[in-house]
Unconditional design. Structure first.
Ligand SMILES: Cc1ncc(COP(=O)(O)O)c(C=O)c1O
Length: 346
């Protein structure tokens, strides 16, 4: 086999031909002066898509979440996060390191939720001078830490009602927000209407090479714009990359359904292989989590797949993660299943 089938993540996507052309043609200006017409167009389009007043183009999901949390919170404030979420586990503790914000982790359920009673029990008494001040609840949708599960809007509505009652704000890490909307067959605003602010990635499944969006009300975004400058994210002729983001939002959302379909086919094929267990019902979006049940050495298993041209990622213990994306077609899925079958029979 000559090509590598890279299923480690949907972050490995390359820009589409239309994106490359748009990047070439993009009208440019200095975005720190607010002069880049392509960035401005992307920010307007993105805000409208998610039903928020304003949006900010940032370099990455991590930068979007960081600027978001820091725009909501000051030093000595606390955020409630799920213990399996990306903000807590995979963003180098940025809100704490750079903003003096404390993380208060609460157990995530297997559906990516934080139970409401856990949230209620975690909010600090503002009159207790021993405690940090609870300011913000962070949700994630789809939830990567539990395998790309869609967090239901009905649950998010309950969290928002609780937050409003408690004087808290809700931020959504929607790195794969559009995967959730496509899986729900719903407009993305059915999800984002339940949060104050949202970060979503134009990279990953939407296939732009760089970039994320942070959206919220105008005052929040103007605060976040200052924070983006502070962390070195004020880019100049950023329209070169924003152009791909516009194509992502105009052309790449509906095709996420193909990735989800490929993931289902991969999941059910894997589950039919002796020594592998895969919960097909939990394959809701682009992530396939499967477990090796015959006791073989995981490192060796993954090394053999790599040697045969299939790249996957570890998901803790004996579990493996494979992610479908733009660039992976039905033939790649069949080839992957063939290679895994052969590897398991040795
Ligand atoms: C759920 C989630 N949030 C945030 C991020 C951060 O995105 P980035 O890699 O663009 O910083 C990721 C990246 O994989 C993610 O999976």
């Amino acid at each position: 086999m000559s090509t590598i089938i890279d299923l480690r993540s949907d972050t490995v996507t390359h820009p589409s031909p239309a994106m490359r052309q748009a990047m070439f043609d993009a009208p440019l200006g200095d975005d720190v002066y607010g002069d880049d017409p392509t960035v401005n167009a992307l920010e307007q389009l993105a805000a409208a898509k998610v039903g928020k007043e304003a949006a900010l183009f940032v370099s990455s999901g991590t930068m979007g979440n960081l600027c978001g949390v820091l725009a909501h919170c000051g030093r000595g404030d606390e955020i409630l996060v799920g213990d399996k979420c990306h903000i807590y586990n995979h963003e180098a503790g940025g809100a704490s390191v750079l903003g003096g914000v404390a993380y208060h982790p609460l157990p995530n359920t297997s559906m990516g939720e934080i139970p409401l009673d856990a949230l209620a029990g975690a909010v600090r008494d503002p009159d207790n001078l021993h405690a940090a001040l609870t300011r913000l609840i962070c949700l994630e949708n789809t939830h990567g830490g539990v395998g790309g599960i869609v967090v239901q809007p009905s649950y998010m509505a309950q969290v928002k009602a609780f937050a409003d009652k408690s004087g808290l704000k809700v931020h959504l890490d929607g790195a794969r927000l559009f995967n959730a909307a496509v899986a729900l067959r719903a407009d993305v605003r059915e999800i984002t209407k339940h949060v104050d602010t949202v970060q979503f990635c134009l990279s990953k499944g939407l296939s732009a090479p760089i970039g994320s969006i942070l959206a919220g009300d105008a005052a929040f975004i103007s605060k976040a714009r200052r924070l983006r400058k502070m962390v070195g994210g004020g880019l100049r002729q950023a329209g070169v990359i924003a152009a791909a983001g516009i194509v992502a939002l105009n052309e790449m959302i509906d095709r996420l359904a193909e990735d989800h379909q490929h993931a289902k086919v991969l999941a059910s094929g894997l589950n039919s292989i002796a020594g592998i267990s895969c919960d097909v019902a939990r394959t809701e979006t682009d992530m396939v989590i499967f477990t090796i049940t015959d006791g073989r050495d995981m490192k060796q298993f993954m090394a053999k797949l790599t040697a045969a041209g299939v790249l996957v990622g570890g998901f803790g213990g004996t579990s493996v993660r494979a992610v479908t994306h733009y660039g992976i077609d039905g033939n790649h899925i069949e080839q992957t299943l063939e290679i895994v079958r052969k590897t398991m029979s040795n």
